[in-house]
Design a protein around this ligand. Structure first.
Ligand SMILES: [Zn+2]
Length: 340
């Protein structure tokens, strides 16, 4: 039996290291009133820059895409390892990885559209189709942009996150788990309900890494490493900013997971907002910003935006609760070390 041949597997498998956030009942599309040529800094619209500290809670593996000699990665000689992504020699978290991680949460907890795949999604969502530029947009597409022939750009921009101090790396094993993959028209049975319809959006639980010696060696950033993460946003209505703040885990009720080796316990991260600078139209008239917000002021502003998102039903309670349950931190779960 090949590793992916899950349909004929008779032996009991380890518990699944993931669960699903159910799809929303409907998709909410709101007008995108302004392009980026106009700065809407008043009347409930926000543009600005947010600085965050990112702390690794478990080892983090963001691959460079290259195999390297262990001695070139400053480890003892004689091994080949998958190196971590670097800029200027420093381990770095690419903007695209951060954006993808935050978008996946924003999609899951808001009435956002579900991209059509080869497999079945619930009919009420299939019928709503895709978002297009120049039209109304679902929360995730409004924040992060949409592709296709009528693409519109993201109103949120992340920068690469660089270490705040020293970022030590070590070599860990990427234990081969042979997670079942979708093949052709079919999803693994664990992914679908009794009608063959996809259950929802998949998220891995946080779990404590298990040590192993099998599999590829990979270079991970050690836990308790700090990175500075910066992002900017333009022309977001308050409730949409609330969805973004929630997806950044700024309400503190869950932690995000980022990078490779998620079922192995890698990639648990904590984000903390430390400074927000809101732009106003006065920025372009000489005086600079509405001012920097930090500490209690910033925390209060975040809560206001979250409340706005809930009030406008852009944060969906059942989906929020399920996501919190899956991404709860701290955790006593131990990573899987065998096929699941
Ligand atoms: Zn959309």
């Amino acid at each position: 039996m090949s590793p992916g041949d899950y349909t004929q597997r008779q032996v009991p498998l380890a518990p699944k290291p993931y669960d699903f956030v159910p799809f929303p009942q409907s998709v909410t599309r709101r007008p995108l009133p302004h392009g980026i040529e106009t700065l809407c800094a008043d009347d409930g619209f926000y543009s600005g820059n947010l600085t965050l500290v990112l702390e690794t809670l478990t080892p983090l593996f963001v691959a460079s895409g290259r195999y390297e000699l262990s001695e070139d990665l400053t480890f003892s000689k004689g091994a080949i390892a998958r190196g971590c992504y670097r800029i200027g020699g420093q381990p770095t978290i690419p903007a695209a990885s951060l954006k993808g991680c935050v978008r996946s949460v924003a999609e899951a907890v808001s009435p956002s559209h579900v991209s059509l795949t080869k497999v079945d999604i619930p009919r009420h969502l299939k019928d709503t189709g895709q978002c297009r530029a120049g039209d109304r947009s679902c929360p995730a597409c409004a924040l992060f942009g949409t592709g296709g022939t009528k693409a519109h750009i993201s109103l949120v921009r992340f920068e690469d996150a660089l270490p705040a101090g020293e970022a030590k790396t070590s070599l860990r094993s990427l234990i081969p788990l042979h997670a079942p993959q979708a093949s052709g028209q079919r999803l693994p049975p664990a992914y679908v309900d009794k009608y063959g319809v996809q259950k929802g959006r998949k998220f891995y639980f946080h779990n404590m890494p298990a040590d192993g010696s099998e599999g590829d060696r990979c270079e991970v950033v050690q836990e308790k490493t700090l990175f500075m993460a910066r992002m900017s946003f333009i022309n977001l209505e308050g409730p949409l900013l609330g969805v973004l703040f929630f997806a950044l885990s700024l309400d503190g009720t869950f932690r995000l997971k980022l990078g490779g080796g998620k079922p192995l316990g890698f990639g648990s991260i904590a984000l903390t907002a430390i400074e927000l600078r809101l732009l106003s139209s006065a920025c372009f008239m000489g005086s600079a910003e509405r001012g920097a917000m930090e500490g209690a002021d910033l925390a209060e502003f975040v809560i206001d935006m979250l409340e706005g998102a809930k009030a406008e039903e852009l944060l969906l309670e059942p989906q929020v609760e399920k996501l919190r349950e899956i991404l709860r931190w701290p955790t006593s779960r131990v990573a899987v070390t065998e096929p699941y």
